[in-house]
Design a protein around this ligand. Structure first.
Ligand SMILES: Cc1cc2nc3c(=O)[nH]c(=O)nc-3n(C[C@H](O)[C@H](O)[C@H](O)COP(=O)(O)O)c2cc1C
Length: 408
C-alpha cells in the first residue's frame, strides 16, 4: 500500500517564495488579471483594466477572437517548429510586440525597465511610451533588445522632435505615432474615482493602500513616479504632482494633428513609422499612399472610442486592400498564443499586447512578465503544432474560418 501511495502521490516542490506561488496560479492571462486585481489598489487596477464608457470595445477586442475557428491540418510532421519572424527586416523570436503603456511603474516600481528586460530575454520588441515613467535613456541602458518608441504629438512640436531624436540616438529602431488620442476617451472607472496620476492621497487611497501592503511598500520604498521623458520641460507636467489625465491630454496634445504631420516627422526620423490607431480600410489605404511603413490596427485597447471596430476584424479587409505595401500589426485583445496564430492567418505580420504584461507586472513583477511572455510563446507554438504549421510562413488564410463562413 505504501508503494502504491508513493507511486501515485506526488507533491509539487515546496517553495517559501510567495512569487512562486503566484506564478503557479498564473495559468492564463485571465488568472493573472485576477491576481493583479487582488494585489493592486482598486484605483491602480482600474486605471490598467478599465476602458472607455461602457467598455464594449474592450470586451469585443477579446471576444472577437472567439468568432474565429481553426481548420487544423494533421499528419504534417511538426517535430521541428520555428516561431521566428522578421518585423521591418529585424529578427524577432515570434510575431509579438509589447505595446507602449503610459505610467507603467504604477503596476510595479520596476515598471518599464522590468518589461524591457523581459522583452529582450524573450527576443521580441519592447515599446516605450512618451508617457513612460522611465526615460528613453534609462530603458536603453538596461536593454540591448529591439526597442520602439511611441509618440503623441504634443502642441510643443519642439519637444516631440527632441524626444524622437533622443530615441534615435539611444538606438530605438521604430516609431509608433499614436493617432487615436485627439482627446482622451471617457474612462468612467477613473471618472468615478476622481483618479489622477499619481493617485492623490486621500482617505480612500490611504485605505486602499493599507489593504494592499505589498504594492504600497513597493511604491513608498522606491523613487517617485514621474513622466520621465518630459522632466524639466517647463510647463509640461512631469507626473510628480497629481494630474487629471483628460485635462492634461486636452491642454498638451495637438488636436490639429493631420496627415501632413507625417511628412514633418519624416524630416527628423528616417526609420519605420507605424500609425497606431488605424480603424478603417480607408485610413489604412491613405497611410500606404503616404508611404507609411506600418499600420497599427488599434483602438487603444478600447480606452478611447467605445464601439470602435475590433482590430482582429480589420486585419483581413486591410490586408486585401493594401496587399504587401505595409506591415500590419494587430493591437488589442490578444490573450492567448492561439490569438496570435489567428491574426497571422488573417494577414497580420505581428500582434501587440498591452494589458497582459501590465497584469503580469502587477501580479508578480518582472518574473510575472517573463512568465506571461513564456505563456504566449508556448501557446503560439502549441497552436502551430496542433494546426500543422511548422513556420510562421505556413500560417495562412486556409488555417482559419470565421464561424459565420461555410466549411470549405
Ligand atoms: C494602462 C494603459 C496605458 C496605455 N498607455 C498608452 C500610451 O501611453 N500610448 C499609447 O499609444 N497607447 C497606450 N495604451 C494602449 C496600448 O498601447 C495598446 O494599444 C492596448 O493596451 C492594446 O490592448 P490590450 O490591452 O487588449 O492588449 C495603454 C493601454 C493601457 C492598458
Amino acid at each position: 500500500m505504501l508503494n502504491t501511495f508513493r507511486s501515485t502521490v506526488q507533491f509539487r516542490r515546496f517553495s517559501l517564495d510567495p512569487v512562486d506561488w503566484r506564478l503557479r496560479k498564473m495559468v492564463s492571462i485571465e488568472e493573472c488579471r485576477k491576481i493583479a486585481k487582488r494585489r493592486l489598489p482598486g484605483g491602480v487596477f482600474d486605471y490598467i483594466d478599465g476602458a472607455a464608457e461602457d467598455e464594449r470595445t474592450a470586451g469585443r477586442n477579446v471576444s472577437s477572437f472567439s468568432r474565429i475557428e481553426f481548420k487544423p491540418r494533421v499528419l504534417r510532421d511538426v517535430s521541428t517548429l520555428d516561431t521566428s519572424t522578421t518585423i521591418f527586416g529585424r529578427p524577432a523570436s515570434m510575431p509579438l510586440i509589447l505595446s507602449p503603456t503610459g505610467y507603467t511603474r504604477i503596476a510595479n516600481s520596476q515598471g518599464e525597465l522590468a518589461v524591457a528586460r523581459a522583452a529582450e530575454r524573450a527576443g521580441i520588441p519592447y515599446s516605450l511610451s512618451t508617457m513612460g515613467t522611465r526615460s528613453i535613456e534609462e530603458v536603453a541602458e538596461v536593454s540591448a533588445g529591439e526597442k520602439w518608441f511611441q509618440v503623441y504629438t504634443w502642441r510643443d512640436r519642439g519637444l516631440v522632435q527632441e524626444l524622437v531624436e533622443r530615441a534615435k540616438a539611444s538606438g530605438y529602431t521604430t516609431l509608433w505615432l499614436t493617432v487615436d488620442t485627439a482627446v482622451l476617451g471617457r474612462r468612467e472607472r477613473d471618472v468615478r474615482r476622481g483618479f489622477s496620476l499619481p493617485p492623490k492621497i486621500g482617505l480612500d487611497t490611504l485605505f486602499d493602500g493599507a489593504v494592499h501592503p505589498g504594492w504600497t511598500w513597493d511604491f513608498l520604498r522606491n523613487d517617485p513616479i514621474m513622466f520621465a521623458n518630459v522632466v524639466g520641460h517647463g510647463d509640461h507636467e512631469d507626473g510628480q504632482n497629481p494630474i487629471d489625465l483628460a485635462a492634461h491630454v486636452g491642454s498638451q496634445f495637438d488636436q490639429a494633428l493631420s496627415w501632413h504631420d507625417i511628412d514633418w516627422l519624416r524630416t527628423f526620423w528616417d526609420g519605420p513609422i507605424v500609425l497606431k490607431g488605424i480603424q478603417t480600410v480607408a485610413d489604412a489605404k491613405q497611410a500606404v499612399a503616404m508611404g507609411v511603413q506600418g499600420i497599427g490596427l488599434s483602438n487603444h485597447g478600447g480606452r478611447q472610442l467605445d464601439d470602435a471596430p475590433s482590430p482582429i476584424e480589420l486585419v483581413e479587409p486591410v490586408r486585401q486592400e493594401i496587399a504587401d505595401q505595409a506591415t500590419i500589426i494587430c493591437d488589442g485583445g490578444v490573450r492567448r498564443g492561439s490569438d496570435i496564430v489567428k491574426a497571422i492567418a488573417l494577414g497580420a505580420d505581428a500582434v501587440s499586447v498591452g494589458r497582459p504584461y501590465l497584469y503580469a507586472l502587477g501580479a508578480a513583477g518582472e518574473r510575472g512578465v517573463d512568465h506571461v511572455l513564456e505563456f504566449l510563446r508556448d501557446g503560439f507554438e502549441r497552436t502551430m503544432a496542433l494546426t500543422g504549421c511548422r513556420s510562421v510562413a505556413e500560417i495562412d488564410r486556409d488555417l482559419v474560418r470565421w464561424r459565420t463562413e461555410p466549411f470549405t
